[in-house]
Design a protein around this ligand. Structure first.
Ligand code: GDP
Ligand code: IMO
Ligand code: MG
Length: 451
């Protein structure tokens, strides 16, 4: 018995010698992750742009062009939807991972727009996973039709086809980037099946299958040089010591599992999506940076306990230019809700936080922070999964005087008004998570590195 085991073991060892897992060890090289800690638009793009300056590879792992990430460099504004925000850094390679859903017309448009703004040499620096699913125009139409069908219960989606594409993926009739590169007849079959099934569900759907097929044949040729297996690519690059940064899109409160379901997007925009959307093992994840806006905003429908439907809400909206980058919808505004951030911290395990848009609070006389929820008069110690409960919670606040002076010019902690430092300290003390970066303006330079 023992001798059989020994010979099997020897055989196995032989096989292991040629296994890439043995050859490449990720070692201690860790990946840094940036995640939205509220309902999106926290300023992830700006932090990613900053960190990209010390990164070799920047990756998107989930979502699609429902995301809108703004970066302002030397007064020039860039907005990214599918491309990682690190792409303007000419030393960075950008990866769009398997978990992302890609609308190719949107991607080419975005590349062109940014090329016109001065983005260089992207052809040699953009890598797309062959496993990523395609968002087709029919998915976008279906998104609109499903929203219309829901009537007053609509979710307020971006109508970018995100939900229908992830639904196709889960029901296993989705079409992947890789399908465009092989036998086109197979792509054609999949496309026709999907279009026919949607036509049966939505007779008002308009789809010119023949012209779509011609269009996608061309897209296949255009995209081919950018496509590869991003799992082995990242594995090797991490093993080679390359610094990898992951840019989360959307945010934890929009996560399909942990967010305010059904008022969420259709991907895991929390830490789990980083592993599944790139094929990275959890052990390789290092710093997890949670991006927190100094107040709260939300686009689309769904409960929002600290929402302000008064003059203060309007002031935050106007001073913060709170208008969606993707849909141009006005964002709903409210006080910072630390019940939300504490909950997303449990899910994401932030090592540090980046507090953004502190400058927007500059003119307020009084500032409030939500610190607990009460339901039917009693404090609750969990984040409600029921939207009925969430819409009924009463928020407990702490209140503090505003600083009524400019935080915008500060570049170090000691240049911040005392009351602003107190605001930051209150957040840190409540969450027990250090705030490492503080945003005081949209520009790349408007950042304080906390000591
Ligand atoms: P993202 O989706 O998380 O990347 O955030 P968005 O780009 O959708 O929205 C954030 C907005 O706030 C953008 O217009 C940024 O340029 C801007 N911004 C980011 N950080 C700051 C900051 O600290 N202060 C101010 N005033 N604006 C900021
Ligand atoms: P970034 O990455 C803010 C919201 C939509 C809608 C819901 C579902 O810029 O922070 P979807 O089209 O995804 O099916 O819409 O999710 N939403 C976002 N809100 N920022 C985002 O991304 C968002 N991505 C999706 O407004 O309420
Ligand atoms: Mg955004």
């Amino acid at each position: 018995m023992a001798s059989t085991m020994n010979s099997k073991q020897t055989e196995l060892n032989g096989e292991l010698q040629s296994c890439p897992c043995k050859k490449y060890k990720m070692g201690n090289n860790k990946v840094t992750v940036v995640l939205g800690a509220q309902w999106g638009d926290e300023g992830k793009g700006k932090l990613v742009d900053l960190l990209a300056q010390d990164s070799d590879i920047v990756c998107r792992c989930q979502g699609g062009n429902n995301a809108g990430h703004t970066v302002v460099v030397d007064g020039k504004e860039f907005d990214f939807h599918l491309l990682p925000s690190g792409i303007i850094n000419s030393k960075c390679t950008s990866v769009i991972g398997n978990g992302v859903v890609i609308h190719l017309p949107g991607l080419f448009e975005e590349l062109k727009k940014n090329e016109d703004k001065g983005m260089k040499d992207w052809q040699n620096r953009l890598i797309i996973s062959d496993r990523a699913h395609l968002v087709l125009d029919i998915h976008q139409q279906v998104d609109g039709l499903q929203e219309a069908e829901k009537g007053k219960n609509s979710l307020g989606t971006t109508k970018k086809g995100i939900g229908p594409t992830y639904s196709s993926k889960a029901s296993r009739n989705g079409i992947r980037i890789g399908d465009l590169l092989g036998d086109f007849q197979l792509f054609e079959e999949k496309f026709r099946t999907l279009a026919e099934s949607y036509k049966r569900m939505f007779p008002s759907l308009v789809v010119d299958v023949e012209s779509e097929l011609t269009r996608y044949k061309k897209y296949g040729q255009q995209i081919r040089p950018l496509v590869r297996d991003t799992v082995s690519y990242l594995y090797k690059e991490i093993e080679n010591g390359k610094r990898v940064l992951v840019e989360g899109a959307n945010a934890a409160m929009l996560d399909i599992d942990f967010g305010t379901y059904p008022y969420v997007t259709s991907s895991n925009c929390s830490i789990g999506g980083v592993c599944t959307g790139l094929g990275l093992p959890p052990s390789v994840i290092g710093d997890v940076l949670g991006v927190v806006k100094a107040y709260t905003t939300r686009v689309g429908d769904g409960p929002f306990p600290t929402e302000l439907k008064d003059d203060t809400g309007r002031l935050l909206q106007e001073r913060g230019h709170e208008v969606g980058v993707t849909t141009k919808r006005v964002r709903r505004c409210g006080w910072l809700d630390l019940v939300v951030v504490r909950y997303t911290a449990m899910v994401n395990g932030y090592s540090h936080l980046c507090l953004t848009k502190l400058d927007i609070l500059d003119t307020l006389k009084e500032i409030k922070i939500g610190i607990a929820y009460k339901l039917h008069g009693k404090r609750i110690d969990y984040f409600p999964s029921s939207m009925k409960e969430l819409s009924e919670v009463e928020v407990e606040y702490v209140s503090m005087p505003g600083w009524r002076s400019s935080a915008a010019a500060a570049r170090s902690m000691d240049q911040l008004p005392e009351a602003a430092r107190h605001y930051i300290k209150t957040i840190e003390d409540f969450l027990y998570i250090p705030i490492k970066y503080i945003g005081v303006g949209p520009g790349r330079e408007c950042i304080i590195f906390a000591d």
